[in-house]
Design a protein around this ligand. Structure first.
Ligand SMILES: *Cc1c(COP(=O)(O)O)cnc(C)c1O
Length: 363
């Protein structure tokens, strides 16, 4: 048999992306919205499908969608780059500013795809460590940035999986220190009290990425975007494949922006529910990190995280097992669901953490 062609050496050594998709009754593992999009959005989208010229390529510039996203953030469409999920935004960033001989900087623990996507594009990854409480340690940032001179420095606020929101002072300091772009991943930005969007300026090398996958109840659609200086957006447009954003997705995103108030109400409800869940977790033998997102990181104190994860799965509750991630020994992450789903989760967790009453000694 002829030898099979091997992939690039670095790809051959790479693990794939692991996030189990299991059929369960309560799914709290990937930080989606617990609610489907509004009914009227579905009806409007059905009507829009009827109007699509399916034999023609879509609007390559996605002009209407970018105009509407820009209006949401009080910037022009030339400051908005849209793609198939914010993961494709991150990939395009790396293809444009990374590549062979260049580096990105990440500070662990953080979103695994920042380093994974960088490596896929042949970009080196310089890894720094967050402080013990998972806040950004500026001395460490200084060390990594001086050593690696990264083209892109990633921040994630609120940070996945810790839930921590970076302060404005931290983002400003990192902007001062970074030799290249600073990319703030705000996939959970709507749940946080402030946004790095406030710091955007033509002269500031800052980009902010967002997604329709979480707050917008549209994870199935794969739509994300970046807001940044026009000179960055223009370069990204050169790199992304022509017609990458199909007509249906452009319509879906544009119509979603008719429902901003409904989305804001939902965000408020999730934030309230998050408070309830955090309180309940603190009543259990668990370490709990304060969250500015739609999930909570916690660590059972008396049992191994992976065992607790399996216990919950046995009760048809799926959460995220982070216990093997850098710096997260024993940690689990739960997405805020509906109050009913969260009650199911809490009941299953209580069962897992409460030792069965000792068997009676029959002598
Ligand atoms: C969920 C998530 C994303 C979203 O990616 P999409 O490709 O838009 O679904 C991006 N960044 C972080 C930190 C996330 O948690």
């Amino acid at each position: 048999m002829a030898d099979r062609i091997q992939p690039r050496d670095d790809v051959a050594l790479m693990p794939g992306y692991h996030s189990p998709q299991v059929d369960v009754e309560v799914r709290l593992n990937t930080n989606e919205s617990p609610l489907p999009p509004p009914e009227s959005w579905r009806a409007d989208l059905a009507a829009a499908i009827d109007r699509i010229g399916w034999h023609r390529y879509p609007d390559r510039a996605a002009a209407v969608l970018r105009e509407r996203i820009g209006a949401l953030h009080a910037v022009g469409p030339e400051q908005v780059f849209v793609a198939n999920g914010s993961n494709e935004v991150l990939q395009t960033l790396c293809l444009t500013y990374g590549g062979a001989g260049r580096q990105v900087a990440v500070f662990e623990p953080t979103y695994a795809l920042h380093s994974h996507i960088a490596r896929l594009t042949g970009t080196g990854v310089a890894t720094g460590e967050r402080a013990a409480d998972f806040t950004i340690d500026l001395a460490e940032v200084r060390r990594v940035l001086i050593e690696a001179q990264p083209a892109i420095t990633y921040l994630c606020s609120p940070n996945n999986p810790t839930g921590l929101v970076e302060t404005e002072a931290t983002v400003r300091e990192v902007l001062e220190l970074a030799p290249g772009l600073v990319a703030v991943d705000e996939a959970y930005g709507q749940f946080a009290p402030w946004s790095a969007l406030e710091l955007l300026d033509e002269d500031v090398p800052l980009v902010v990425t967002r997604t329709f996958s979480k707050t917008w109840s549209m994870a199935a659609a794969r739509l994300g975007y970046l807001v940044g200086p026009t000179w960055v957006v223009a370069e990204l447009e050169k790199v992304v494949l022509p017609y990458h954003l199909d007509a249906l997705k452009q319509a879906a995103g544009t119509l979603a922006l008719d429902h901003v108030e409904e989305m804001e109400r939902r965000v408020a409800a999730v934030v309230e529910e998050r408070g309830r869940l955090e309180l309940a977790l603190r009543d259990l033998p668990c370490d709990v990190w304060p969250s500015g997102a739609n999930f909570v990181l916690f660590r059972p104190q008396e049992r191994a995280g992976a065992e607790v994860w399996q216990d919950l799965l046995d009760q048809s509750v799926l959460i995220r097992d982070c216990s093997s991630w850098p710096r997260l020994d024993g940690c689990l992450r739960v997405t805020i669901g509906t109050p009913d789903e969260d009650d199911r989760f809490l009941a299953a967790l209580r069962r897992s953490l409460t030792p069965p009453t000792a068997p009676r000694n029959v002598e």
